[in-house]
Design a protein around this ligand. Structure first.
Ligand code: FMN
Length: 303
């Protein structure tokens, strides 16, 4: 029985990755969990120049998840390559860098600067709801999404994963546009736009007024979108959104995801991604299945 999968040429020991922005750069979690047991680490969103992120309160809890408006706080690509990446080399786990540009040229430049040893792949964040420039604009329009993928494709030989936004009318058309432009895989979903209000102060709780909703509240939406997209594209799909347990992850695999990513669950349990992989293993062993691939897309939705 093997848990190993290969996504767009990236070999992973398990199908469970960590979601960008929820696991730092990786080593922040090394005291709590053996990073070598994670399928792949997707590091926090990286931009061309350093960013402080948004002002004011940036996290709010909701009954079944959280709202965040971090605003892509990060030290910038050069600092990542020179200071953070060498430390990651100590671990036997593929490192995928999530990148966010304000323009297609910035995405291209990020791809160029990150095409260095130690980076296993790039995830294009065309879907961040928390930054004014770019971000979500790319992810809600087929032409812009395709333009970003094309620009990145020209500037790297690394596997390219396009991360899709759920804040759209038709996620399938964006997924198809990304695939047609040369994306090797798609990951979905990013956070759903949400808001919460402090009724004592009559003010929004988040400094940015609105933020991205993640966690169990978004799982049914994410699962539906993964199911829709997996049937419409040929490239591998990475499913995420509210995965807290192995059972959640198995639902995504059955819906058609070839791998999954764990985000908000890391804040509750830093070992979540490893425990979820163990739970998937138990499920496969109980059923006498040899590989994760045996359940990918196997939901029987014929009526
Ligand atoms: C605090 C926080 C920061 C995030 N930062 C990023 C980011 O930098 N880039 C990105 O593509 N997604 C980012 N995300 C979105 C997650 O990667 C993921 O798509 C989303 O949270 C849904 O998964 P979950 O419900 O398992 O958390 C962030 C999410 C949270 C909660």
């Amino acid at each position: 029985m093997t848990l190993a999968v290969e996504i767009a040429g990236i070999k992973m020991k398990t199908p469970v990755m960590t979601a960008s922005g929820t696991f730092g750069s990786g080593p922040e979690y090394a005291d709590f969990v053996d990073l070598n047991k994670i399928g792949a680490i997707v590091v926090k969103g990286t931009t061309l120049t350093p960013r402080d992120g948004n002002k004011g309160r940036r996290i709010a809890e909701t009954p079944a998840g959280m709202l965040n408006c971090i605003g892509l706080e990060n030290p910038g690509v050069d600092e990542f390559v020179s200071r953070i990446l060498p430390g990651l080399a100590a671990y036997d786990v593929p490192i995928i860098v999530n990148i966010a540009g304000a323009t297609t040229d910035e995405f291209a430049e990020l791809a160029r600067r990150l095409s260095v040893p130690g980076v296993a792949g790039l995830e294009l964040n065309i879907s961040c709801p928390n930054v004014k420039e770019g971000g979500i604009a790319f992810g809600t329009d087929c032409m812009s999404a395709a333009a970003v993928v094309t620009a990145v494709r020209k500037n790297t030989v690394l596997p390219v994963i396009t991360k899709l936004s759920p804040n759209v009318t038709d996620i399938v058309s964006i997924a198809r546009a990304a695939e047609d432009a040369g994306s090797d895989a798609v990951s979905l979903i990013n956070t759903l736009l949400g808001m919460s209000i402090d009724i004592h102060r009559w003010r929004p709780e988040l400094g940015n007024v609105v933020g991205g909703l993640s966690g169990p509240a978004i799982k049914p939406v994410a699962l539906r979108m993964v199911w829709q997209v997996a049937r419409a594209v040929k490239c591998p799909v990475i499913g995420l959104g509210g995965i807290m347990t192995a059972e959640d992850a198995i639902e995504f695999l059955l819906a058609g995801a070839s791998a999954v990513a764990v985000g908000t669950a890391n804040f509750v349990n830093p070992r979540a991604s490893v425990e979820i992989a163990e739970g998937i293993q138990d499920y496969l062993v109980e059923r006498g299945l040899k590989s994760v691939r045996d359940i990918v897309g196997r939901v029987n939705d014929s009526i």
